[in-house]
Design a protein around this ligand. Structure first.
Ligand SMILES: Nc1nc2c(ncn2[C@@H]2O[C@H](COP(=O)(O)OP(=O)(O)OP(=O)(O)O)[C@@H](O)[C@H]2O)c(=O)[nH]1
Ligand SMILES: [Mg+2]
Length: 269
């Protein structure tokens, strides 16, 4: 499995190995989302047709999930954009109480004192792709078909659903005429309550093209000068500040985005 090994290697080098990252790739049409996704997936440069209608693609390898949304730049597609992340993805952990009857499934394996044990919690995590929060159990006396009594449990679990871990927002740094348009869409994302705590990695792509914008120029036009939180290791845990940084890159030259992902990975739990 050369490809898989290689991919794990890449994810490790980007700091994402062993992280359950759900990352949205957003940005105007033609910014390079699909190119980046496929570069991360198989290091191949593929020419893609522009996305005419909003589409999503989820890559899942091991514990890592990339969820990519190519949302097209035309007006109709953009109206759907907000609906996409607002309805389907909530960044803040949302809680729901789930009642699971594990009597038949786990009672044989658990002693009274250890249910739910690590194995059953891991099972729930895998089954529901969530973190397990608080839980409490209720002991039950149950009967087998043959009438004999055995102990079972109702287990009430609060699942923590981390729906989006980060947003990678791509901007075509060469296409200066569309900076205002890109800013408008980015502003809408940044001011949306449902994405309030989500780290944003802004990638200024296509710097291999002469006269592409510099980082300063792009940050200025996107209105981010006062909002970037610092490259390198910056601890923002107690600050209530959303991690946000701009990294310039060229996906075709395979440069720049690696540093961005490494920066972002420190904010993915
Ligand atoms: N010069 C240059 N071109 C790039 C780079 N990255 C992507 N492109 C080109 O930009 C164009 C758009 O790339 P896509 O990946 O299809 O863009 P997208 O964001 O998925 O666009 P939509 O699907 O329309 O939303 C393609 O022709 C890519 O080859 C880069 O780093 N440098
Ligand atoms: Mg695309």
């Amino acid at each position: 499995m050369f490809l898989l090994d290689w991919f794990y290697g890449v994810l490790a080098s980007l700091g994402l190995w062993q992280k359950e990252a759900k990352i949205l790739f957003l940005g105007l049409d033609n910014a390079g989302k699909t190119t980046l996704l496929h570069m991360l997936k198989d290091e191949r440069l593929v020419q893609h047709q522009p996305t005419q209608h909003p589409t999503s693609e989820e890559l899942s390898i091991g514990k890592i999930k990339f969820k990519a949304f190519d949302l097209g730049g035309h007006q109709i597609a953009r109206r759907v954009w907000k609906d996409y992340y607002a309805k389907n993805y909530r960044s803040k952990p949302s809680f729901y109480l789930c009642k699971l009857v594990f009597a038949t499934l786990f009672s044989a394996r658990c002693s009274n004192s250890t249910f739910p044990n690590n194995a059953s919690l891991a099972f729930m995590q895998i089954l529901y792709e969530v973190d397990v929060g608080e839980y409490f159990t209720q002991k039950l006396k149950l009967n087998n078909e043959n009438g004999s009594e055995f102990t079972g449990w109702n287990c009430y679990v609060v699942f923590i659903v981390h729906v989006v871990d980060a947003v990678v927002y791509l901007v075509d740094a060469y296409d200066k005429e569309r900076f205002a348009e890109s800013k408008k869409e980015l502003d809408a994302l940044l001011s949306d309550e449902s994405l309030a705590t989500v780290p944003f990695l802004i990638l200024g792509n296509k710097i291999d093209i002469p006269y592409a914008a510099s980082e300063d120029e792009l940050s200025y036009h996107l209105g981010l000068n006062n909002f970037t939180t610092g490259k390198g290791k910056v601890n923002l845990t107690d600050s209530n500040v959303r991690p946000l940084e701009v990294f310039m890159c060229s996906i075709v030259r395979k440069m720049g985005y690696g540093d961005g992902f490494k920066w972002m990975s420190q904010y993915i739990k």
